[in-house]
Design a protein around this ligand. Structure first.
Ligand code: PLP
Length: 449
């Protein structure tokens, strides 16, 4: 196992000793600029180059054989590994406090990739009913085609979470800050339930970003991201990541054979036994990306690396703006209610102080007097906010979830997800808050006459 115990595997640092590898004491702002990256060994290029190459030359036939046998770590073919993407993987793992990470083509890809090693026909997950609309659709419909199922539960009711876990359950899945309803999952309580049943807790940390929340610190086994959102932060590329804490014992039961049992495609290698804390990461690359093929491209990884360099700076401004605007809305008579955990009126205000001490994020919903019609008119009247199905951009965004992202859901699911017909979702950007408030003010005036 020795040569694999290096958490820099699959990164450029596998080739060169790293000054960072023995100094995990750097702060977040330093890691977001440096983790995983170094001057290019071939040219000295200071910014991480875009290694726009499908394949990488083998030194000789023996080198090729050992790479294919997973006996040596290196680059073969960009469906599996690529040096630009390797830097991003290491950077995200460092920011989340994980042992390793795998990047892929989108957040939804990351969700499938996170479940793939754990699941099989007849297996299920217990999922929070408060999830991103697309995730509800993926879990309630599409995964059935693989013979997988999701049992949706209100994670506020911990007894019902525990009761939903059965002998076929392979994970509990929730979001840290749930999109869009301003709900904060009690990560510690959920991880205790997962642990007592010998299954991993998977947390979608997209809406928080690792700057605001580090789910692994609260017991999560795996963290998934849509890097499309805050991590990239500029609305340019889709991407996803799965971070593994490296702490789960996949061999403690017979429930995770993909990780604990011999893998025929690699001469009977057992991932957990061979790779230890990096078992899930290696499996994600060597089996997940190899066979599912939902690979990130190096150009996309480059945009995300550029974005991550300023993550903490952006998140601080996102949160400041969101608090200012949510407070303004809460005091406006045209507004029925505001669901933002950063407001003292939120039932989750105490929980956010613990789980996301740096702030409750910048996505929240509010209900407008006048219901569905007023919401549609409000969205159409905004000038600075863009009406798009996206969030976590530097630009302020708006969407009426009930008529768009949550349209496929039943009315009951819409309400459970915090996307009731009279509710509009804002993703607050990093512009001047006064300009954003003026825009909201004029649009509310038009929507509520
Ligand atoms: C956007 C999003 C996803 C899906 O990510 P894509 O990159 O669009 O595939 C999943 N979860 C959350 C919370 C999201 O915001």
């Amino acid at each position: 196992m020795g040569q694999y115990a290096n958490r820099r595997a699959f990164s450029q640092e596998a080739q060169r000793p790293s000054p960072m590898s023995d100094q995990p004491i750097y702060g977040f702002d330093t890691l977001q600029v440096h983790a995983g990256g170094r001057p290019d060994p071939a040219t000295g290029a200071r910014q991480t180059p875009i290694y726009q190459s499908t394949a990488f030359v083998f030194r000789d036939a023996e080198h090729a054989a050992s790479l294919f046998n997973l006996q040596e770590v290196g680059y073969i073919y960009s469906r599996l590994t690529n040096p630009t993407i390797a830097v991003l993987q290491e950077r995200i793992a460092a920011l989340e406090g994980g042992a390793g990470a795998v990047c892929c083509a989108s957040g939804h890809g990351a969700q499938i990739m996170s479940l793939f090693p754990l699941m099989g026909p007849g297996r299920n997950i217990v999922a929070s009913s408060r999830l991103y609309g697309g995730t509800v659709t993926q879990f309630s419909r599409t995964i059935h085609r693989f013979g997988w199922a999701a049992k949706f539960v209100d994670t506020e009711n911990l007894d019902s979470v525990a009761a939903a876990v059965d002998s076929d359950t392979r994970a509990i899945f929730c979001e840290s800050i749930a999109n869009p309803g301003g709900y904060i999952s009690d990560l510690e309580a959920l991880s205790r339930i997962a642990e007592s049943h010998g299954i991993p807790l998977i947390v979608d940390n997209t809406s928080a970003s690792p700057y605001l929340c580090r789910p692994i610190d609260f017991g999560a086994t795996l963290v998934v991201h849509s890097t499309t959102k805050y991590l990239t932060g500029n609305g340019t590329v889709t991407g996803g990541a799965i971070v593994d804490s490296g702490t789960f014992d996949w061999s403690a039961s017979d429930r995770f054979p993909s990780l604990s049992e011999p893998e025929p495609a690699y001469h009977g290698l057992k991932f957990h036994e061979t790779f230890g804390a990096l078992a899930f990461t290696f499996h994600g690359i060597a089996v997940g990306l190899r066979d599912l093929g939902m690979t990130m491209n190096p150009q996309g990884a480059h945009y995300t690396l550029l974005g991550i360099e300023t993550l903490s700076l952006r998140m601080r401004k996102h949160v400041d703006n969101a608090v200012t605007i949510a407070n303004w809305l809460e005091n406006d008579s045209r507004v029925r209610s505001v669901s933002y955990a950063g407001l003292k009126s939120s039932p989750y205000y105490a929980r956010i102080k613990k789980i996301c001490p740096r702030g409750a994020g910048a996505i929240f919903t509010f209900a407008i007097e006048g219901g569905y019609e007023a919401c549609v008119k409000f969205v159409d009247s905004l000038e600075l906010f863009s009406h798009v199905a996206n969030l976590g951009d530097a630009r302020s965004l708006v969407i009426h979830s009930a008529s768009t992202t949550h349209r496929q859901l039943t009315a009951e699911q819409q309400i459970a997800a915090g996307a009731a017909p009279d509710v509009v979702r804002l993703s607050i950007g990093i512009e001047d808050p006064d300009d954003l408030i003026s825009d909201i003010d004029q649009a509310l005036a038009k929507a509520t006459i």
